[in-house]
Ligand binder design. Structure first.
Ligand code: FMN
Length: 253
């Protein structure tokens, strides 16, 4: 059964999981959602969506992607959600998006990865190592389940009130970088932030970095800036950035 592994990732955790899953499922291919041609999905019977949890829900790019798959109602879908600390009701939240788009989802799995929403709190290094090691085992188990077409009932949990919190926060993300990010004079105008932004939300104008109004809040620019010049308000000047150490982020395209 041919499997398409479609992922979105800001700081590489999702890319890491996509690579590991691909190694464990024969006849599978990886696609980076922001750049992919959805017509290619025609050739696949099974489609796995790998998404980070964003405020107990999923990034807008995942919602939009699933909305565009109306030609693929005959395919078998799986979801894999990864999160830094607490996923609320995200599994059910994602299931409702599959349902709304009439896509048949066999199961959704969740697993913990290092936290990348580190604007106010940075977890100790030792947790990052531990979580990455554990995630390797978990993703292998998930692959085994997907291979045998495992099905599961996804139910609302006690934290369904988090869906509302998600909706409120998600409505503010598009302008998050424009309103709250600033660029210090350490910026050497290398242009990496412009190149990697999944929604082309960053531009250079007269040697100044400009954020527009289509931010996903993925934090790719914040974490991956080689000179740590992109900051959130005045809260992150001395904060360590995070990128998944297992992957080469330049290959995420
Ligand atoms: C905007 C945003 C919101 C997030 N919200 C949550 C959350 O509600 N719960 C959680 O446990 N982790 C949350 N995280 C952390 C990410 O889900 C987690 O670190 C993920 O593995 C990052 O994946 P990536 O490296 O592929 O981008 C959030 C991260 C971002 C950028």
């Amino acid at each position: 059964m041919k499997t398409a592994i479609c992922y979105f990732s800001g700081t590489g955790n999702g890319f890491d999981l996509a690579i590991k899953l691909n190694e464990n499922i024969t006849d599978s291919s990886i696609f980076y959602i922001p750049n992919m041609d959805i017509n290619l999905l025609n050739k696949y019977e099974r489609i796995v969506i790998i998404s980070p949890v964003y405020c107990f829900g999923v990034p807008i790019i995942i919602k939009q992607f699933l909305q565009n798959l109306s030609n693929y109602k005959n395919k078998t879908f799986y979801g894999i959600l990864h999160f830094g600390g607490f996923s609320g009701n995200a599994k059910y939240y994602l299931k409702t998006i599959f349902d709304k788009n009439n896509l048949s989802c066999n199961n959704i799995y969740t697993l913990q990865m290092p936290e990348n929403y580190t604007l106010s709190f940075v977890p100790p290094e030792k947790y990052i190592d531990k979580q990455l090691k554990k995630s390797r085992i978990t993703i292998e188990l998930i692959a085994k389940k997907i291979i045998v077409n495992n099905k599961g009932k996804i139910k609302k949990n006690l934290f369904s009130f988090c869906d509302r919190i998600h909706e409120i926060n998600a409505s503010k993300w598009a302008t998050m970088s424009k309103e709250y990010f600033n660029v210090t004079d350490k910026c050497n105008k290398c242009g990496l932030c412009i190149k990697i932004c999944p929604t082309k939300n960053i531009e250079m104008d007269n040697e100044n970095i400009i954020f527009k109004e289509n931010c996903l809040a993925c934090l790719a620019c914040y974490h991956r800036c080689p000179t740590c010049s992109i900051n959130y308000k005045d809260k992150t000047y001395n904060k360590k950035r995070y990128v998944n150490p297992n992957v080469d982020l330049n290959k995420m395209e």
